[in-house]
Design a protein around this ligand. Structure first.
Ligand code: FAD
Length: 355
């Protein structure tokens, strides 16, 4: 269950409290032992990864923190049932205060950008996608002067998670938080025209989006139509790592290997330099894992940013880099799960670099 580096390892946390938020969502708060407090410090918008024993397997699931430092005394995640979902239903049916879970320290890049203290915030949340957003809202209200608009889509009124909590934050900060509910049962699914209406006049804002895939596609399309710069759009996709018994149907597209592509790279991890062999077309994350190394990773689709590393030498080719901003790219940050070697020059990737 553990690796050498505690930030990449699972640690036992005890459930302090379970809160029934709606008929199909519960929040779980955790006690963090004093010796783990520094490791479990987090930034609003980050998530925890849980390791759940399931029959003969260990399943890994990420859950965003719905708490915010300085606003909530304990770390809290909120889990909504997914139809036939293994872990989400287990959380909702089986867990009670006192139970201990294996949890990896907070990770993720769906966070407020520093230096943007005045720019308005527009948050699009759908269903359980509200969890990182409520954390960002609490933090932005209490630590900045930024005006916030939340557009919150749900099936119906009874499925609105944190309805009361959000109302109390709105009341506590008059004029700072505007909330627009969208209920599918009354208005149908949100489409691009609705989304555009919600942010009319706020095109200069920072946008944070988290929710079901089709909802996020609609919002992204609306932002694109309004020419909102990619650097101001932050997206969290709830895509969990593939389970050991559910091999992805589509294998990674193997890039046509050129004779002139290097066959290894230098990987700095936990203070040690490793020469990692890379098979043709293989990603640098896959190569590191195959070499027995354990860098941090989660979605492996370029969305979560957990496998971010700094390119110290050489160049790599990334298939996608949704989790990175233009500034990140300019500073040499890459996503190891999307990076492949593309030339003969030596490549060095530093997984120890601090963001
Ligand atoms: C960064 C991040 C943050 C997240 N934060 C949250 C959060 O705050 N709250 C939250 O509720 N969720 C969150 N999620 C989603 C969460 O991690 C899980 O993906 C979700 O709870 C579903 O897990 P599950 O085990 O219940 O479902 P799974 O068992 O993984 O099932 C998912 C779907 O696959 C279907 N399925 C069934 N059998 C198969 C099969 N053989 N092969 C393939 N698919 C099958 C199931 O029917 C179901 O519809 C987050 C995800 C990420 C990546």
């Amino acid at each position: 269950m553990t690796t050498a580096d505690p930030k990449h390892s699972f640690h036992a946390l005890r459930i302090a409290d379970v809160i029934q938020e709606t008929s199909d969502a519960r929040s779980f708060s955790f006690e963090v032992p004093r010796e783990l407090e520094a490791l479990f410090q987090y930034v609003p918008g980050q998530f925890l990864t849980f390791e759940i024993p399931w029959q003969s397997l260990h399943l890994h699931r990420c859950y965003s923190l719905s708490s915010a430092p300085g606003c909530d005394p304990l770390l809290k995640v909120t889990v909504k049932r997914v139809e036939r979902g293994r872990v989400s239903n287990w959380f909702n049916d089986e867990l009670a205060p006192g139970k201990t879970l294996a949890v990896k320290p907070p990770e993720g890049l769906f966070v407020l950008r520093k230096g943007e203290l005045e720019r308005p915030l527009v948050m699009f949340g759908g269903g359980s996608g509200i969890t990182p957003i409520v954390s960002l809202i609490k933090s932005a209200l209490t630590s900045t002067r930024r005006p916030i608009k939340l557009v919150y889509a749900n099936r119906d009124r009874d499925s609105i998670i944190f309805r009361t909590e959000l109302e109390s934050w709105r009341a506590r900060f008059p004029g700072r938080l505007q909330i627009a509910h969208h209920l599918d049962a009354e208005q149908g699914f949100m489409h691009a025209a609705n989304a555009k209406d919600h942010f009319a006049g706020l095109e200069h804002a920072d946008f944070y989006i988290c929710g079901p895939g089709p909802f996020m596609d609609v919002v992204e399309a609306a932002l694109e139509e309004r020419k909102v710069g990619r650097g101001h759009i932050f997206i969290e996709r709830f895509v969990s790592p593939a389970d050991p018994d559910r091999v992805p149907v589509e294998p990674e597209p193997a890039a046509k290997p050129a004779a002139s592509v290097a066959a290894s790279y230098v990987c700095m991890l936990e203070g040690t330099r490793h020469e990692v062999p890379v098979a043709p077309g293989e990603t640098l994350l896959a190569a590191a894992k195959r070499a027995g190394l354990e860098p941090s990773f989660s979605c492996e689709e370029g969305y979560c940013g957990c496998c971010m590393a700094q390119l110290r030498r050489g160049t790599v080719k990334m298939r996608t880099h949704d989790a990175l901003t233009a500034k990140d790219l300019a500073k040499g940050w890459v996503l190891a799960c999307q990076s492949r070697l593309e030339g003969e020059e030596e490549v060095e990737l530093d997984f120890d670099a601090r963001y």
